[in-house]
Ligand binder design. Structure first.
Ligand code: NAP
Length: 236
């Protein structure tokens, strides 16, 4: 996209963590940004921290397609266009597979995997109109499996496969599609509270910079799958 000014981005799960970091970066670069989350309280907190008149919030649970349809309708009604979608909302429940509950399993699949489909389904006609960009926030867990990660790995391997196939389907409409696969990022993921000991991790604004770089890339070129990791792993 040559000019980002007044382009409209929708970031699912933008109330904190990576989504909020990307929202700040895009707002700082002249875009209009919509963040979503599951509750009005968390949306209000996110909007307060953004403190920008070009930010808007919608309550939407990505595991429900009707919520995502409604979110995109609200965005189109307010700003008349949708140029960038970052399907970022996600949860992690980690346990050995013999101990993992059905509730934990379904929450991950419904949010991390079904959610990215719901977000794409709801936004694709707007993205075709704008020749826009759809990104998913997968993980290195979408290519590396580990103990206690069966459910999370299943959801993120699914997101990577889904996004790559969608990229092949949608490029004929000039809709770009990319999956971003980070290693450790300093966020609230899995009830973590970020603090100084997270300095070695990728920071949310670094993912913001990455998204910005992707948006500014020449239209003829598409980095479709991106692994990104801390330069130096934790030395503890
Ligand atoms: N942190 C890492 O090291 C890391 C590494 C690789 C990939 N990721 C991925 O990055 C993405 C963002 O996670 P994060 O690290 O930023 O975690 P986070 O700080 O816990 O933020 C998660 C966000 O997702 C939202 N969310 C969760 N379930 C949702 C649902 N059903 N519908 C709508 N929003 C929902 C939360 O909003 P509310 O609570 O307000 O609903 C929150 O805004 C996830 O997909 C995660 O798997 C994280």
């Amino acid at each position: 996209m040559e000019n980002l000014k007044d382009k409209v981005a929708y970031i699912t799960g933008g109330t904190k963590g990576i989504g909020l970091g990307v929202a700040k970066t895009l707002l700082d670069n002249g875009m209009k940004v919509v963040i979503s989350g599951r509750s009005d309280a968390s949306i209000q907190e996110g909007l307060k921290s953004l403190n920008d008149e070009n930010a808007m919030g919608v309550v939407s649970d990505v595991s429900k397609i009707e919520d995502e349809m409604n979110a995109v309708n609200q965005i189109a009604a307010k700003w008349g266009q949708l140029d960038v979608v970052l399907a970022n909302a996600g949860v992690g429940n980690f346990a050995p597979i013999d101990e993992m509950t059905e509730v934990q399993w379904h929450q991950m699949i419904d949010t991390n995997l079904n959610g990215v489909f719901h977000t794409l389904k709801a936004s694709i006609e707007e993205l075709k109109k704008s020749k826009g960009y759809y990104m998913t926030l997968a993980s290195l867990a979408g290519t590396n499996f580990f103990p206690s990660g069966a459910g999370y790995n299943a959801s993120k391997f699914g997101v990577v496969g889904f996004t790559q196939a969608a990229m092949l389907d949608l490029r004929k409409y000039d809709v770009k599609v990319t999956t971003i696969m980070p290693g450790s990022v300093a966020t609230h993921f899995n009830n973590h509270v970020p603090d100084d000991s997270d300095a070695w991790k990728i920071q949310p604004e670094d993912i913001g910079q990455l998204v910005l770089d992707l948006l500014k890339m020449h239209s003829r070129t598409l980095p479709s799958k991106i692994e990104v990791r801390p330069t130096r792993p934790d030395k503890k």
